[in-house]
Structure formats: C-alpha cells, structure tokens
Design a protein around this ligand. Sequence first.
Ligand SMILES: CC(C)(COP(=O)(O)OP(=O)(O)OC[C@H]1O[C@@H](n2cnc3c(N)ncnc32)[C@H](O)[C@@H]1OP(=O)(O)O)[C@@H](O)C(=O)NCCC(=O)NCCS
Length: 193
Amino acid sequence: MSQTRLRRPTPALLAGFRAALERGWSADNVRGAVAAQETLQRLDTEPEVFFQTTDDPQAKGPPVKLPDGSERARIPGLQRWIWDEDDSGDGFCGSIGLRWAAGGAPLPPHVLGHIGYAVVPWKQGQGHATRALGLLLPLAREQGLLQVEITTDVDNTVSQRVITSNGGVLRERFVKGAEYGSKPGLRFVIDLR
Ligand SMILES: CC(C)(COP(=O)(O)OP(=O)(O)OC[C@H]1O[C@@H](n2cnc3c(N)ncnc32)[C@H](O)[C@@H]1OP(=O)(O)O)[C@@H](O)C(=O)NCCC(=O)NCCS
C-alpha cells in the first residue's frame, strides 16, 4: 500500500505540481484546465502570491474565481499537496484544501464545503484521497472546527466513498448557487468532536 502524506507546498517541491498543471490537471474541480493555466501563469509571474495562499488564516490572498467568472473575497484557508512517499519519482499525487469562516461562522453560500480535494488521474484508485482526507481532519480541528461540511456532485460516488470512509454522513441534497449553474449537489458532514 502506498504511503500518503500531506506536504505544505514549497518552491522546492514544485516540479510535480507544475508538471500536472501542464498536463491540464487542476485542483479546481469545477474550472479545470482554465484554472490550471491561471495557476501556471501565477507561478511564473507572482509565485509568492501562490505560496501565500497555502497557509492563509487571515485570508490575505487574492479573490477566488467562481465558475461563472465572478470573483469573491477569499476566506481563511490552507492547501496541502498529497504526496506518495513510496513513489521513486516525483511523489506529487494531488491537492487538498481546507477553508473556514472567521469566528466559527457558517460558510458563505457560494463556498461549497470546508474541504476540497483532487488526485491526478495517474494516481487515482490507490487510496490517496481517502488517506489525505483523514490526515487533513486534525488540521480542521486545530482551527477549532467542530464539524466539516463536504459537498459532492450527485453522481460523484468515488468522492462520496472518500467522505463516508472518513466518517462522513449525508446531511442533505441541495441546489448549488447560480454561480455553479444551479446544479444539484450532496452535502456531507464529518463530526470532529
Ligand atoms: C475523487 C478523487 C479525489 C478520489 O481520489 P482517489 O485517490 O482515486 O480515491 P481513493 O483511491 O481514496 O478511492 C476512494 C474509493 O473510490 C474507489 N474508486 C477510486 N477510483 C475509482 C474508480 N475509477 N471507479 C470506481 N471506484 C473507484 C476506491 O476503490 C475507494 O473505494 P473503497 O474505499 O471502497 O476501496 C479523484 O477521483 C478525483 O480527483 N476526482 C476528480 C476531482 C473530484 O471529484 N474531487 C472531489 C470533489 S467533491
């Protein structure tokens, strides 16, 4: 079984992430290849802004783009790279992020859950996402969260399995905002107490 770790993104670890972006993979599940190009551009022109958002409890990073092209103020968050310690080449497997509202407030409606993740296609099906979510939950606890919400598309059974394997339970079916095309989604909750 592969060893999965979470690593804080640093310039020294950038090669695998950059290679994945160049293949069109993106940590942004909704905006996909367009977001990949934007991230590559940011890495070329203002890498310090990219690395600032990997640990951003004060939400000092730039606004976040939504699928309809609109922008919203960033909320506090952090990003970690999912790493395969047993990979003899580059260990980069994907990305997982946590975001939360300041002061324990509920998430704004346009933020689809506290946690988002994506694994590169060539590393999928090896348990990396399941283990990465398990490794991220203590970081959510450290931020004082008592529970986290994670949303998925109705047909994303793989992601739903990742959540339920980590103790998540389905709370509700909901309709995403117009920024996301008003599509149906599922909202899961993982209790951290
Ligand atoms: C969802 C995603 C992150 C899962 O990553 P992963 O590392 O392949 O997930 P895991 O290997 O931990 O697998 C989770 C479960 O799904 C199963 N699974 C994985 N890939 C599968 C596939 N292609 N077909 C069927 N089942 C699959 C695994 O067997 C595992 O089930 P189990 O716990 O019963 O063994 C990955 O598919 C992905 O990046 N998808 C695109 C982005 C996305 O949808 N992100 C989540 C948004 S909510």
